[in-house]
Design a protein around this ligand. Structure first.
Ligand code: ADP
Ligand code: GLC
Length: 493
């Protein structure tokens, strides 16, 4: 079958700029698609904080982007995803992207996010025109790129880009991007489309809804989440449009970059290890205990957390059970995260109140995240909602057993331990309550102390799981071909 030209338009891409798992996905799926022979290219904004990893080249020609009353300009930079030939283009425009943050600063979301991301969306398409590279598919990611499909369907319909199929991947329905109606004019889109398709509510445009409505196909990052979001309780107000698009909507579980996330090769760790030789994991645990001034004891179970501190992640439940957990169980806890100020303070308090048993680092630190994954025995992820979740998969690959709530992609990726049955890769609970969480933490702790053989079995099964992109990349290719067929009427043989 012929190879495809696939444009990724994304607000984040690892290793250049990352807020959460979206960046990991956009930084790793294209590698696998390229291995399958497809021509994949990525476009992302040049925020002030973008890390200039690898070789960068400024492209000679400026890029005119048709937004606003007088066109805006971008300088464009080209590099590649490290270790691949996949081009990554960055759009530089100081008005929109000089600031270091992606979506918000500590005072809230940027008031001009609508125009910033309208610029990204039009800019990515304008870049294709400038390159003379017409993709078969534009693959968009979350609300920031929700305007790409409507642009292709309307103002670009009679250009060379008019036949481009669009695929929108929902990474998180909780963030939908409301923008003032002025955006429609700024993005030079026809008003009537927004009225006709009911994309405006109370004078604002919902960018996610716009994307869901206009893209050729819609995907989300796990099959279970795809079901949840079609219900009133899980749809964040968009279940109606998702049900309407149900025939064009599927869930594909994320993979992980298993070359980068490999305990046998991870250069950031103090020691490497594998399922057959776990000695290095003990070294990592000792290093993690030392890093946080915890008691250097290999026989105390260590619970790790690496997370955005947002209500989605359910870490308020962990905050609620901290005292009983630490008072009743002989355990250690390490947490790396940032976000909600109240949660940050609670965990800082725990760090001071339980010195030697609790270690907390408030911030974002990719290297420390890996040490926590490697050095912990358990990984705690009590998410209220979790479209896919990558950290539980990183944990399993590093031989660290996830303790998760049964929601979204956690259901698709973690198998609950069945005592005596040699089954399971982690510990799963159902209710988003402190009681359910502490009971499950207690269960994990008891398993650690009382059933070491079963612990070892869990660990071996977790490490043996294949979470690579190999399978899911093929599913994305199927979606791309399906989208091209729907868009053009011709299946791309
Ligand atoms: P989400 O995208 O909802 O935050 P995921 O599990 O999909 O959740 O991905 C989170 C990604 O961000 C993982 O790569 C994780 O290691 C990383 N991460 C989250 N918080 C931090 C932090 N404080 N420091 C470093 N990395 C972090
Ligand atoms: C979002 C979700 C997370 C998912 C990630 C990558 O940030 O919250 O569950 O793993 O996107 O798709």
């Amino acid at each position: 079958m012929r190879s495809l030209k696939i444009l990724f338009v994304s607000p984040e891409v690892e290793p250049f700029v990352k807020v959460g798992g979206l960046a990991d996905m956009v930084g790793s799926l294209p590698k696998e698609l390229a291995k399958l022979g497809h021509d994949v290219r990525i476009v992302c904004p040049l925020y002030g904080s973008v890390k200039r990893v690898g070789e960068w080249r400024a492209r000679g020609e400026s890029l005119g982007v048709d937004v606003g009353p007088n066109a805006h300009w971008a300088r464009t930079w080209e590099t590649t995803l490290p270790g691949t030939a996949v081009p990554v283009y960055f759009l530089e425009n100081d008005d929109f992207f000089a600031r270091p943050e992606v979506y918000n600063n500590p005072w809230g979301s940027f008031a001009d996010n609508d125009v910033r991301f309208a610029f990204l969306s039009r800019g990515a398409l304008a870049l294709c025109q400038q390159l003379g590279w017409v993709p078969d598919v534009a693959h968009c990611h979350d609300w920031t790129t929700g305007l790409v499909p409507v642009m292709v369907n309307t103002t670009l319909r009679n250009t060379e880009l008019g036949g481009v199929a669009t695929v929108l991947t929902v990474h998180n329905l909780e963030h939908q991007g409301y923008s003032p109606a002025r955006m429609v004019e700024f993005a030079r889109l026809p008003w009537d489309v927004f009225h006709r398709d009911a994309l405006m509510t109370n004078g604002s445009v919902n960018l996610m809804r716009t994307g869901l409505f206009h893209s050729t196909k819609v995907t989300t990052v796990s099959p279970n989440y795809a079901e949840e979001v079609k219900t009133a309780s899980g749809g964040f107000g968009l279940d109606g449009v998702l049900k309407y698009r149900a025939g064009d909507f599927i869930g594909i579980v994320n993979g992980i970059d298993d070359e980068s996330w490999d305990p046998a090769r991870d250069q950031t760790l103090p020691a490497n290890y594998s399922a057959t030789d776990l000695a290095g994991k003990a070294t990592c645990k000792a290093a993690l205990q030392a890093r946080f001034g915890l008691e250097r004891n290999p026989r105390i179970p260590l619970f790790g957390v690496v997370s955005r501190l947002a209500s989605q992640k359910g870490l308020d439940l962990l905050a609620e059970v901290l005292v009983p957990m630490l008072d009743r169980m002989r355990v250690q806890l390490v947490l790396l995260g940032s976000g909600d100020a109240h949660l940050e303070n609670t965990f800082r308090w725990a760090n001071d109140a339980y010195r030697g048993r609790v270690g907390v680092h408030i911030g974002f630190d990719g290297k420390l995240a890996r040490l926590i994954q490697a050095g912990s025995d358990f990984f705690v992820m009590p998410s209220r909602s979790e479209p896919c979740g990558l950290t539980q998969m990183y944990a399993m690959r590093y031989g660290t057993l996830p303790i998760v709530r049964a929601t979204g992609g956690l259901v698709d990726t973690v198998e609950n331990f069945s005592e005596g049955w040699n089954y399971g890769t982690g510990f799963v609970f159902h209710d988003a309550t402190p009681e359910a969480l502490i009971n499950t933490l207690g269960w994990a702790c008891a398993t650690y102390y009382d059933r070491p053989q079963e612990m070892a079995g869990l660990q071996q099964r977790a490490m043996a799981k294949d979470f690579s992109w190999r399978r899911s990349a093929a599913s994305y290719v199927d979606v791309y071909r399906w989208a091209v067929e729907s868009r053009t009427g011709v299946y791309p043989e």
